[in-house]
Write a protein that binds this ligand. Structure first.
Ligand code: MLT
Length: 270
């Protein structure tokens, strides 16, 4: 999967993204600690139907980030830079986890570009105090040189237990990918996520459909809370993945691709 296009914007000297397929635009934003390669298992199916754009968010993959501080809103500016470079008028935006937080920030500032918004293992609420304290501890660990320990502990826990036990090679690949992020980027992303605001109002006010992809054992927020968020929107699609935790694009790629296609088709048919 080539990360074939590079642009720059006033805020970001290098934003890389992959563009595959033809037709209406589906943009996929990866989460933490990832890059655009996260979407590899679903890309062949999705790109048969749509123009699929998958960026490396600033500080991930081939996209640069020099500072230790960035906000979720600033990352949404990298998304609009791509939208403008590609002259996209309408798209469905799908964000995985941290990518979902960025998608919501994009929806807040640039709603007119959206035909639909898909939150994949993500939440519209902000971090509670317990989560913030946990993140601060992780930042302190990374600053002390504990990046590798942090990633080795974190990544396997993103997967459902059975998948993790049966797919050690995949977990190892994911862990290696996480390790490619610099300390700077990790700290910047953790600070950005910790400081993000509640965006449930985006779901309540959306004049486009919302999709919620939820792992049954999701740890980010309990399933009933996420279903409650989906119910805030006028039109929502809810998918509960029994056998996935936080990584359905890897744990159940065929089902995720199929649910994304159902949703995207519906959004563009309205
Ligand atoms: C992610 O997958 O992007 C992160 O785990 C999200 C988070 O830490 O809130």
């Amino acid at each position: 999967m080539n990360n074939d296009i590079t642009i720059s914007s006033p805020d970001f000297p290098r934003i890389s993204y992959s563009k595959q397929g033809n037709g209406e635009v589906l943009m996929l934003l990866h989460g933490f600690p990832e890059n655009h390669e996260l979407w590899k298992p679903v890309l062949p199916t999705l790109s048969q139907k749509y123009t699929v754009i998958s960026p490396d968010l600033p500080g991930s993959g081939n996209s640069t980030l020099d500072q230790e501080n960035i906000t979720i809103e600033e990352m949404a500016e990298a998304v609009i830079a791509i939208v403008k470079a590609e002259k996209i008028e309408k798209m469905v935006l799908a964000g995985h986890s941290m990518g979902g937080y960025i998608s919501l920030a994009f929806a807040e500032k640039y709603p007119s570009y959206l035909k639909g918004l898909s939150l994949i293992h993500s939440t519209a609420t902000s971090d509670d105090e317990e989560k913030k304290t946990k993140r601060q501890k992780s930042v302190a660990l990374i600053r002390k040189g504990g990046k590798e320990a942090f990633i080795r502990e974190m990544v396997p826990n993103l997967f459902a237990e059975r998948f993790r036990k049966e797919n050690k090679a995949i977990i190892a690949t994911q862990t290696e990918r996480g390790m490619m992020l610099s300390e700077n980027s990790m700290i910047a992303f953790y600070n950005a996520m910790m400081n993000r605001t509640d965006r449930t109002a985006i779901l309540r006010n959306a004049n486009y459909p919302i999709q919620m992809i939820i792992g049954k054992e999701e740890k980010l927020a309990p399933m009933d809370v996420l279903i409650g968020q989906a119910a805030m929107a006028d039109i929502s699609f809810i998918s509960v993945f029994e056998d996935s935790l936080h990584m359905s694009m890897i744990e159940q790629p065929d089902r995720l691709a199929s649910d994304l296609i159902n949703f995207t088709d519906y959004c563009f048919s309205r």
